[in-house]
Write a protein that binds this ligand. Structure first.
Ligand SMILES: Nc1ncnc2c1ncn2[C@@H]1O[C@H](COP(=O)(O)OP(=O)(O)OP(=O)(O)O)[C@@H](O)[C@H]1O
Ligand code: SF4
Ligand SMILES: [Mg+2]
Length: 338
């Protein structure tokens, strides 16, 4: 386990993940989409996960929600939400936890909303199911929530069908469904990528404000470091199924330690920071069915050395950060001794 994960015990952790491994058995081999991840989120903390497409971010989130439904998929390790060991719960117990204690906002609101039900009823349903509200109380609470979501004319939107709303409004409804029961943790997986660029930043700011107002913790997934930097306190950088660096956002901005994190800063998009240039990291991530035995970033790393070929680099820990790179081996030892 990394030094950061061990230090979770010092803060009040809402979510604690240890050695999570999720794999899919395919004809070409076993894809280890999440391969030994340790991660924690403290109470009221906003934590980001950033990494390129295919590095395992959604698989990680869906594993926490116990929503991996692929036949033959395997999930091992430990996922603790408050005092609950989620991977050990029976399916009906997990159904009670989803929405009430942890909720997720997905990338595409179309797949989440039921087209034949009014959006207000879809929000109210969760209040009735999880908080035992009467239909009348749930409607009153839904109206208040629509106002919090800054939707115009809540009294008419509550009776609208999804197709009568814009993409941005639909995503606000999905966010409303997720936060209706005030879960301790909100997981948002690329919550704005299906939206127009002009609406993306507004929606992200809304999520940040709601999470702060309601005192929830946030686990925000994005391939865009500028989005994470704008909204999160701490970040985990994921590469090829593993965490390669973690620490406070300002520490990573002040000086990323892992060469992949540095490359990501170069490749960040311009959503919340229009002055940044867009560049691409040369090369491609490894096949997760047969990753290299040494550092997984080695073929793309401008700093690779002979020792990077194998074995895999261990986590090096300094004050407030963790990173998995041989370059840091000696630096980290020195800072740990200080
Ligand atoms: N149900 C599945 N069956 C087989 N392979 C899967 C399945 N879900 C994900 N994978 C594989 O697991 C790896 C991680 O995928 P995942 O969707 O978690 O990545 P991601 O980081 O969320 O990417 P993106 O940024 O594109 O959303 C990929 O190689 C993907 O092809
Ligand atoms: S371990 Fe080696 S190849 Fe991997 S990121 Fe560090 S320097 Fe680069
Ligand atoms: Mg994804």
């Amino acid at each position: 386990m990394s030094g950061e994960a061990r230090s979770a015990a010092n803060g009040e952790a809402v979510l604690e993940i240890e050695d999570l491994r999720t794999s899919f058995r395919l004809r070409r081999g076993t894809v280890r989409a999440v391969d030994g991840v340790d991660l924690f989120v403290r109470r009221s903390e906003r934590v980001g996960i950033v990494g390129e497409s295919g590095c395992g971010k959604s698989t990680l989130a869906l594993s926490v929600m116990r929503l991996i439904q692929t036949p033959g998929a395997s999930i091992t390790g430990s996922v603790r939400l408050g005092g609950l060991d989620l991977l050990a719960l029976a399916e009906d117990e997990m159904t009670q936890v989803r929405g009430a204690r942890v909720a997720m906002v997905y990338q595409d609101p179309y797949t989440f909303l039921n087209p034949v039900f009014r959006v207000g009823d879809q929000i109210a349903e969760s209040l009735i199911a999880h908080r035992g509200m009467s239909i009348a109380d749930a409607r009153t609470e839904t109206l208040a929530l629509l106002a919090k979501l800054q939707l115009p004319q809540p009294a008419s939107i509550i009776d609208a069908y999804p197709h009568q709303l814009s993409g941005g409004q639909r995503q606000r409804i999905v966010i409303g469904m997720a936060i209706a029961c005030r879960p301790a943790l909100l997981i948002a997986d690329e919550p704005t990528t299906a939206l127009d660029v002009t609406v993306q930043a507004q929606t992200l700011r809304l999520i940040g404000r709601l999470v702060a107002d309601l005192g929830m913790s946030l686990l925000l997934i994005s391939h865009d470091l500028s989005v994470i930097a704008a909204l999160c306190d701490r970040v985990y950088v994921m590469y090829a199924g593993q965490i390669v660096e973690s620490g406070p956002v300002e520490a990573l901005y002040g000086g990323a330690r892992h060469p992949y994190t540095s490359a990501l800063f170069g490749a960040t998009t311009t959503l919340l920071d229009p002055k940044r240039e867009f560049t691409v990291i040369p090369g491609a991530p490894p096949d997760l069915a047969s990753p290299p035995s040494g550092c997984r970033f080695a073929v793309r790393c401008p700093h690779r050395m002979d020792r990077c070929a194998q074995p895999p680099p261990p986590f090096a820990a300094g004050p407030g950060w963790d990173a998995r790179c041989w370059l840091l081996d000696e630096t980290a030892d020195a800072s740990a001794r200080r």
